[in-house]
Write a protein that binds this ligand. Structure first.
Ligand SMILES: Nc1nc2c(c(=O)[nH]1)N[C@H]1C(S)=C(S)[C@@H](COP(=O)(O)OP(=O)(O)OC[C@H]3O[C@@H](n4cnc5c(=O)[nH]c(N)nc54)[C@H](O)[C@@H]3O)O[C@H]1N2
Ligand SMILES: Nc1nc2c(c(=O)[nH]1)N[C@H]1C(S)=C(S)[C@@H](COP(=O)(O)OP(=O)(O)OC[C@H]3O[C@@H](n4cnc5c(=O)[nH]c(N)nc54)[C@H](O)[C@@H]3O)O[C@H]1N2
Ligand code: SF4
Ligand SMILES: [Mo]
Length: 733
């Protein structure tokens, strides 16, 4: 028997590279995926995860219908109506009795990879009016948002390296050959790095591990983990001291250069060399090379963010871009302009600085530990204590959208217990019954990606080339499924006392609000096209956006529309109160003494860092057989010298202990980690009962975040310290 097979385009949602895929479909099954050679951005690139799209899509462990907890305490399959009835019966009553803070919201990483996750959570938060908001950002890039907020006045104004045109790339704590890039959307990142080398450019990588990316570099500096802010401060010091700074056209919009020089006076290459374990001559050379390059871009990611001085390091990355005149110029680091961004402010340029609203930190604080908010969020590391600790404002109900904090956040055991024992009600929107969703009273499963449309609201604004692409669902929604956008819309109605209203009411409200905000004519709402609420909202954003596009135009170009290379956007993007780039913002200046004290710290003899594997994706892709196994395993990488000193044998189980806890994993002896550093990947630990992920459970691995107790944070951003953790390692008895 043979089915007629067809192909359909689908943008890959599995990482930030946003590759265009061509799916082969037989009936209602995806039987193959290859790179879409006509895609205007990815030009046929695909990685092993994208190639496994079909397997991931058809995973038999994916939930098909909602689960609702019965009176016996067990989860059982239920209808959509029953699931939303239950939510409507519980959440508004809890808010009524205990106030809006009683509901916490957790937003996980895949929200930035779905249309629903981009369009509806802001409306959910507005409906709930809770300050108990926790997201993956405080396990990830919040330091960058804070540094951008302080420097530019807009937490979302994040410059990206101009990969295709730069002459010199300094890459810090990022491994795009495995991760495919982050806060820098660049399909075929590896090919773009090779092209940089081919056109005579240079690549420098700073990473305690000799990663696949480091192996591609002209120079690899194996820094001691956690010391990047010191190294970057010393580089800035060299630029200022040797008068190598040349901010160029930015000068008119810069504030605080002299103050910066004074603040960094102590951070000489000699002063930081021991802490970084990088000699002073190398640090000086790194600074001089950066200044000498015709164009250059400094780019830092996970290894520069999820560390004790994450905000300072993120700030210094852009300080270096600014001082060398590379910020906002072709070949340097530029601000993308996506098709759905708000249209640029009118003619700010030429008129000198225009004051903006500015960026405020710590407008409120978390209830238990008093952690300051950042960008309206509280540290995810503090979620468990907000659920457990009695008192007014305690979280009694939790709405979890696409997140698995039991594995992805510090001290999963504690959070696991808090979810099990201290919540009155929990909802998860998740395709899997996993370590977190198993605690929910209602689980709402989105359809597989083949049955969902795709648009990258988030990643287009971090893309190395301005472009726009939209793909409709390649396969119609299967009977009994609900589109994730409709799930979100119904959830919003259910928690806000409007249960039973049409989900389109949520979209209509969002459209009306956006039109009013933009000062556009009301009639525009009637002109929007699209088959669904999300499509009409996309159409509106495109029309109001900087290129004045429409949904129809996107549909007419299934492989994308090229919007040109990145262009300078200063001063139009600046939103600081001064209207300038504030080089030494007060919160940063106040945190520098802490960095100065780190100069005197005696380094821990052994510290732990993370790593990612090309065929992984945080905590949720270990259930796809074709992606598991091989080198995608949860081993502790140890340098041979450390292994000899500690008596560790390759393949044998070792015990890893830190201030926050202890776990066991097999040792993998390799000189790709520097001595004094061990590495364990995250997202493992699939050994808890009550989950439904058979493949993952067969090779559970250990949860690295059990080494943490959640108290170690970058203070300015509330981001958990997940790298450079002091540990001891011993052979397991
Ligand atoms: N030690 C250590 N810990 C880390 C990190 C690290 O480097 N080291 N990295 C951190 C980083 S950068 C991040 S972003 C976080 C990620 O941590 P989380 O935000 O918790 O994300 P994931 O672990 O990817 O889990 C995603 C959840 O979403 C579900 N999901 C998948 N697709 C969809 C979908 O289409 N819709 C919905 N509704 N749900 C979906 C999955 O089943 C899973 O339950 O982990 C952090 N944790
Ligand atoms: N295959 C795959 N791709 C992914 C993901 C995945 O899980 N798997 N996750 C996605 C997500 S959510 C994100 S946020 C991105 C992250 O994208 P990347 O930032 O590229 O992530 P990693 O591959 O973890 O690279 C971080 C590097 O930092 C190094 N490092 C650790 N500590 C330090 C330090 O103190 N200093 C320096 N200089 N380096 C240090 C590590 O050795 C590691 O090589 O990847 C995304 N893409
Ligand atoms: S690089 Fe990322 S977006 Fe491209 S195919 Fe792989 S997982 Fe998908
Ligand atoms: Mo992330």
């Amino acid at each position: 028997m043979s089915h007629a097979s067809r192909t359909a385009p689908r943008i890959c949602p599995l990482c930030e590279a946003t590759c265009g895929l061509t799916l082969t479909i037989e009936g209602t099954t995806v039987t193959g995926a290859r790179g879409d050679r006509d895609d205007i951005f990815s030009r046929g690139f695909i990685c092993p995860k994208g190639a496994s799209f079909g397997g991931l899509d058809a995973d038999p462990d994916r939930l098909r219908v909602p689960l609702v907890r019965g009176e016996d305490g067990e989860l059982r399959e239920a209808s959509w109506d029953e699931a939303f009835d239950r939510i409507a019966a519980r959440i508004p009553a809890l808010v009524e009795a205990h106030g809006p803070q009683a509901v916490g919201v957790v937003l996980g990483n895949p929200n930035v990879h779905t249309m629903a996750g981009s369009l509806y959570p802001p409306l959910l938060l507005a409906a709930l009016r809770t300050r108990n908001v926790f997201t993956a950002s405080t396990l990830d890039q919040m330091p960058k948002h804070v540094s951008s907020g302080l420097l530019f006045g807009d937490a979302n104004a994040i410059p990206v390296p101009d990969l295709d045109r730069t002459d010199h790339l300094l890459l810090i704590g990022a491994n795009p050959l495995e991760s495919n890039g982050s806060l820098c959307t660049a399909p075929d990142f590896p090919g773009r790095l090779r092209a940089l080398r081919r056109r005579g450019g240079t690549l420098t990588v700073i990473d305690p591990r000799r990663t696949r990316t480091a192996r591609l570099a002209d120079r690899h500096v194996a820094i001691r983990p956690g010391a990047d802010a010191l190294l970057l401060a010393a580089m800035a010091h060299v630029l200022l001291e040797e008068k190598l700074t040349d901010p160029g056209v930015l000068a008119e919009y810069l504030e605080g250069v002299d103050e910066l020089a004074a603040a960094l006076a102590d951070f000489t290459p000699d002063a930081v060399a021991a802490a970084c374990d990088v000699d002073a001559a190398t640090i000086t050379a790194l600074a001089r090379e950066l200044a000498a390059a015709p164009t250059a871009a400094v780019y830092g990611r996970i290894g520069s963010c999820t560390v004790e001085h994450g905000t300072l390091a993120s700030w210094l990355v852009d300080v270096l871009n600014i001082l060398t005149g590379n910020l906002d110029r072709p070949g340097g680091a530029l601000f993308p302009l996506s098709a759905t961004a708000r249209a640029p402010r009118e003619a700010a340029s030429g008129k000198g600085p225009v004051p903006g609203k500015g960026f405020a930190l710590g407008r409120w604080a978390s209830r238990v530990s008093g952690h300051p908010e950042a960008k309206g969020e509280l540290p995810t590391a503090a979620l468990a204590e907000e659920i457990e600790t009695p008192g007014e404002g305690r979280i009694r109900a939790l709405v979890v959208l696409a997140a698995n904090p039991v594995l992805s956040a510090p001290d999963g055991d504690r959070l696991d217990a808090a979810l099990a024992g201290h919540l009155d009600f929990m909802v998860s929107v998740d395709p899997y019954l996993n370590e977190t969703s198993r605690h929910a009273d209602v689980v709402l499963p989105p359809p597989p990606p083949s049955q969902s449309a795709h648009f990258d609201f988030a990643f287009n604004s971090f893309a190395v080339h301005n472009q726009v692409r939209y793909t409709r669902a390649p396969i119609p929604l299967e009977d009994g499924r609900m589109d994730e956008s409709e799930i979100h819309a119904r959830l919003i109605l259910a928690v806000s006392g409007m249960h039973g209203a049409l989900p389109s009411a949520v979209d209509d409200l969002a459209i009306a609000t956006a039109i009013t905000k933009a000062g556009a004519p009301k009639e525009l709402a009637g002109e929007l096209t699209g088959r669904s609420g999300p499509e009409r909202r996309l159409d509106l954003m495109l029309r109001l956006g900087p290129y004045g596009l429409t949904l129809e135009q996107l549909l007419a170009h299934p492989h994308g529309i090229d919007l040109g290379p990145l262009k300078p956007r200063v001063p139009e993007i600046l939103r600081t109160r001064s209207g300038r780039i504030e080089l030494l913002p007060a919160p940063i200046a106040a945190d520098l003494p802490r960095l100065r004290r780190a100069l005197g710290d005696r380094p821990a003899p052994l510290v732990l860092v993370g790593r990612r594997h090309l065929r992984s994706n945080n905590s949720w892709m270990h259930n796809v057989g074709s992606l598991s196994g091989g080198s995608n395993v949860c081993t502790l990488q140890v340098h041979p010298d450390d292994a000899a000193r500690l008596g560790l044998v390759d393949g044998a189980t070792v015990r890893i202990e830190s201030a926050g806890g202890g776990i066991e994993a097999p040792a993998e002896i390799t000189d790709t980690v520097r001595s004094g550093v061990v590495s364990l990947p995250h997202g493992w630990g699939h050994s808890r009962p009550g989950t439904r992920m058979a493949v993952a459970a067969a090779h559970p691995g250990a949860n690295v975040n059990q080494l943490l107790d959640g108290t170690l944070l970058d203070p300015l951003s509330g981001t958990a310290v997940l790298n450079a953790i002091p540990v001891t390692v011993t052979p397991s008895p």
